[in-house]
Design a binder for this molecule. Structure first.
Ligand code: 2U9
Length: 344
């Protein structure tokens, strides 16, 4: 029996040393130390030995078992260590490698122009006010001195949801709502940016959806000179300090008197060129003194309060600034277009 145990020990140790991986090592453990393994079998058969031999053999069997078990443990620790080392080596990160650039978006040119205009007016003490795009006929037209039969409505043909509800054709209803909510409780100084809709056939200069920024100032003793000074400051900040403006008489139902405002052409400096169609001037704004009837309808006494208002199209301003030749470029989400304005 002693020989058999020694033999088993030698065999087991040999197989442990030959195990290539944890699976094989476990197979050796099961084969030699498991419940059905030879060492367990020998220990079970101890009963048949004489009382003299039994403790001797028992002790020897246990020594062999311990020796095999500790060898297996040792080998297992070695293998696990090697595995961790292998994993660490294969997962090494070379921190000196150059990074891969993450693709990023950039602001849309229209957003940039709108934000720039907002910043200019915020700097002059204005508040940005927004309102609904789905508007009532009353705020979109009636409150702006455009009654149901008014011919100027033809120019703002719109998308109607019901007879009385439509997609707004201008941001002016936001100003009308602000005045009505304020009702002579104090002055108003706001700009209203946003999307507007008109029933138009799309082409290079027309879109059924576009953006507007309109402004409104209401206070006591407001005159045309406030309008001119404000919009001259705006034009110079937006287009360059060396630019001049001129006011031409015009008509809007919600302002009286009304004007259109031009800046000197950047390309020819006012001499006249293809860009300004030979006039030396480029139209950028519409404006006027708020019509007394509009003031009245929104709860302001025109004898006590006056105001000026203006409106502009950010698309037009972006087209002039960046030399964009077709308004539809703004809305088609072509990355080749949008990416050009990354650093402008
Ligand atoms: C209220 C009173 C007056 C807003 C105004 C304009 C002149 C104007 C257009 C220019 C090009 C819009 O983008 S565009 O199509 N706007 O010319 N808008 S005065 O006047 C108001 C608005 C609201 C209560």
């Amino acid at each position: 029996m002693e020989e058999r145990l020694k033999e088993l020990e030698a065999l087991a140790l040999e197989q442990v040393s030959q195990a290539q991986n944890l699976k094989q090592l476990n197979e050796v453990r099961v084969a030699y130390l498991g419940k059905k393994g030879p060492i367990t079998e020998i220990l079970k058969g101890m009963g048949k030995l004489s009382a003299e031999e039994r403790p001797k053999m028992g002790a020897l069997a246990n020594v062999v078992r311990e020796a095999v078990a500790s060898k297996i443990e040792e080998k297992q620790a070695e293998m696990e260590k090697a595995e961790v080392a292998k994993k660490l080596a294969s997962e090494t990160i070379d921190v000196t490698l150059p990074g891969r650039p993450a693709p990023t978006g950039n602001p849309h040119p229209l957003t940039k122009v709108i934000e720039e205009i907002e910043d200019l007016f915020l700097g002059m003490g204005y508040t940005i006010t927004e309102g609904p795009e789905v508007e009532t006929d009353y705020y979109n037209f009636e409150a702006l001195n455009l009654p149901k039969d008014h011919p100027a409505r033809d120019m703002q043909d719109s998308f109607y949801i019901t007879d009385e509800v439509l997609l707004r054709t201008q941001t002016s209803p936001v100003q009308a709502r602000t005045m009505e909510a304020n009702k002579e409780k104090g002055p108003i100084k706001i700009i209203c940016p946003g999307k507007v809709y008109r029933r138009d056939d799309d082409d290079a200069t027309h879109s059924h959806q576009f953006t507007q920024i309109e402004g409104l100032v209401i206070d006591k003793n407001i005159s045309m000179s406030d309008l001119k000074g404000t919009l001259e400051t705006f034009a110079k900040k937006m287009f360059g300090e060396d630019r001049e403006i001129r006011l031409r008489p015009s008509f809007f139902p919600f302002t009286e008197p009304s004007v259109e405002i031009d800046v000197t052409c950047a390309k020819c400096g006012g001499k006249g060129c293809g860009m300004c169609k030979g006039t030396g001037w480029i139209e950028i704004l519409g404006a006027g003194m708020v019509h007394p009837r509009v003031l009245e309808m929104s709860g302001y006494d025109p004898k006590k309060y006056q105001g000026f208002a203006f409106g502009m199209g950010p698309e037009r301003i972006a087209m002039l600034r960046y030399g964009i030749d077709d308004i539809r470029h703004f809305y088609t989400n072509d990355q080749r277009f949008v990416k050009q304005f990354n650093r402008v």
